[in-house]
Write a protein that binds this ligand. Sequence first.
Ligand code: AMP
Length: 192
Amino acid sequence: MKIVFFGPPGSGKGTQAKLLAKELNIIHLSTGDILRDKLSDDDSLSIKLKDIMSSGNLVSDEILNQIIANKLISKECSDGFILDGYPRTISQSDFLLSFFKRNSLILDVIFNFKIDFKLVEERIILRSKQEQRSDDNIDVIKTRLDKYIEETYPVSQFFSENFSQNFFNIDASQEVSKIQKELINIIKKGQK
Ligand code: AMP
């Protein structure tokens, strides 16, 4: 099973992607988590990443595409995967779709988390207090949401038009357990 999650920062897609990966026993590929892991390396890349991520901007497509290509060809992805936070730009989407084509892979399900941006701001402020993520303070929320609107929203639109049979909008303002049940039901039912 190959699944992609779209949604603005703070929409809860990371939490849901993690729960669903466990349920389906497939790997959860969060590019945000992978990049945060790299921050602890003591090299020039980690310094560059820290600057970009703490400002709320996007890391370059070249870096992300390389990370994802390495992951997708690895054995841990052979039974399927959940992509969370990728693709985030049209260039990443082109890269992913050509990777799928080259390797005769099929995208099974796309979940698009929808939520009011005011609620997102409140959630991110709360998370910044709980997890102390450097990119969760109020100053960078706007940049992160702007990046989502400018770069990622068009990607989700592209998928909704080109994969309409496998594309599901999710009301992300609902409770965690309710959303989880909804996702599992959709997976069980398959296509629309
Ligand atoms: P996330 O945890 O998904 O919100 O990601 C945290 C940060 O990592 C983002 O604000 C970006 O700076 C960076 N990042 C994660 N995924 C991507 C991606 N696919 N493309 C570019 N930057 C990314």
